[in-house]
Design a protein around this ligand. Structure first.
Ligand SMILES: Nc1ncnc2c1ncn2[C@@H]1O[C@H](COP(=O)(O)OP(=O)(O)OP(=O)(O)O)[C@@H](O)[C@H]1O
Ligand SMILES: [Mg+2]
Length: 263
């Protein structure tokens, strides 16, 4: 909490998209969301304050001691959080230690869970927060998901990172998850300075429609709301944070419209 890090806004995007989902209804009630925290840093887990974090996504991917224990089912590690209608499969640091222990079996767990509708009676949407580095944990997440939001900064490095992710997605979809598609590239924490505007234009010509519009504006109070007060931007309030929430709502709504009509 409160640590400085070079993040590009992925975790905040995951949380805000999940929150945006809960503002929409299905069968006359709010949509329910599961967040799977696949980042050993556990930033999403810190924000959401689950009722307990002893068990978590690590127990689904690999048991503590494969000789004596079996992995848990995904539904067994979905814990209520401080956010209404948001369940969480918590992360912890052992996720990183245990990464090397992940069996091929464990790696495809999330994909199987999705295809079999294992938690379809509990939640309507699943949001997975990935670690920054593309290792086995990120690959596990990519194998398990259908729509990937890539988060990038409006910078040369941001554009390169998005390009690398696009390549990784192509490989993963060929190698084991043909349903995987890029929902869009989110330009998170965008400051409307002249040089970032120029980079944004060049990203537009490089990525076309994949680059989501508008970019998420950089607002200093996002950090305070989400990290210090564990509160979604819209609920923390203020015109600046509403602006941020509106952009995420737009992204969620257009994915929902697209996904709904595809079924
Ligand atoms: N729109 C925004 N405006 C201002 N600050 C933001 C915005 N979005 C995110 N931040 C802040 O930027 C920092 C990094 O965000 P976040 O943790 O979401 O990035 P990340 O990509 O998940 O990082 P990591 O790679 O460490 O997982 C955080 O302090 C967060 O509060
Ligand atoms: Mg993160």
């Amino acid at each position: 909490m409160g640590k400085h890090k070079g993040g590009v806004g992925c975790t905040v995007s995951a949380l805000e998209l999940a929150y945006a989902a809960t503002r929409r209804t299905i069968h006359g009630r709010p949509r329910r969301v599961a967040i799977l925290d696949l980042d050993p840093q556990g930033n999403a887990t810190d924000v959401l304050e689950p009722k307990q974090r002893r068990i978590g996504i690590k127990d689904v991917l690999a048991p503590p001691d494969p000789a004596t224990a079996r992995p848990l089912a995904l539904r067994d590690v979905l814990i209520p959080t401080a956010w209404d209608n948001v369940l969480l499969a918590p992360a912890d640091r052992h996720l990183a230690n245990r990464e090397t222990d992940l069996t091929p079996h464990g790696i495809a767990t999330l994909r199987r869970a999705r295809l079999s509708g294992e938690i379809a009676d509990m939640v309507d949407d699943v949001v997975i927060d990935l670690p920054r580095d593309i290792g086995r944990l990120a690959a596990t997440g990519l194998l398990g998901m259908e729509h990937l939001f890539i988060c990038a900064q409006a910078s040369i490095w941001g554009a390169q990172g998005a390009e690398e992710m696009r390549y990784t997605v192509r490989r993963i979809s060929e190698k084991g998850n043909p349903e995987l598609a890029i929902a869009g590239i989110v330009v998170a924490a965008y400051d409307d300075a002249r040089d970032s505007r120029r980079v944004l234009e060049s990203m537009k010509s490089r990525f076309g429609n994949l680059l989501l519009d508008p970019p998420v504006p950089r607002k200093v109070r996002v950090r305070e709301a989400v990290e210090s007060y564990h509160t979604p931007c819209r609920e923390f309030g203020g015109r600046d944070l509403e602006e941020v929430a509106d952009v995420y709502q737009k992204f969620y709504d257009s994915l929902l419209a697209q996904d709904g009509s595809a079924r």
